[in-house]
Design a protein around this ligand. Structure first.
Ligand SMILES: [Zn+2]
Length: 140
């Protein structure tokens, strides 16, 4: 798989591990960190944030994406996600759809043992995302 950036998957995983430290997980005790890479090389961090009303909890991936959009970023190439050490922490369905909004060919970097594991969103994780027919974003 052709990695699209000079920031390496391993460097991105390291940043995701840093982000994980900030996770707010009093209910699941399952901290997750995400590091989102923009086309320009900016890395934006996210962690999961839980709530006593469980359905309001937000995943690390969507936290990173919403933070990035609030910072004016829209062009993303990859995201690294970490949970338990050495185990792949696959994004949930909601996060996969959320990523597809911005880049259907998103690279997703996970950890497997001490190695990095690469997926591409459109090929491996979400081949047929929901698309609203006739609706076009105001700005791509
Ligand atoms: Zn999720």
């Amino acid at each position: 798989m052709n990695w699209p950036h000079s920031v390496t998957p391993e460097a991105l995983l390291k940043k995701a591990r840093e982000a994980q430290q900030a996770a707010y997980v009093p209910y699941s005790r399952f901290p997750v960190g995400a590091a989102l890479l923009t086309a320009e090389g900016t890395v934006i961090l996210g962690c999961n944030v839980e709530n006593a009303s469980y359905g309001l909890s937000i995943c690390a991936e969507r936290n990173a994406l919403t933070t990035a959009v609030a910072l004016g970023e829209r062009h993303f190439v990859a995201i690294a996600v970490v949970g338990r050490h050495g185990e792949p922490c696959l994004p949930c369905g909601a996060c996969r759809q959320f990523m597809a909004e911005f880049n259907a060919a998103f690279f997703v970097v996970l950890e497997e043992g001490t190695e990095s594991l690469l997926y591409r969103l459109d090929l491996d994780l979400l081949p047929h995302p929901f698309v609203l027919e006739g609706a076009f974003p105001l700005e791509a």
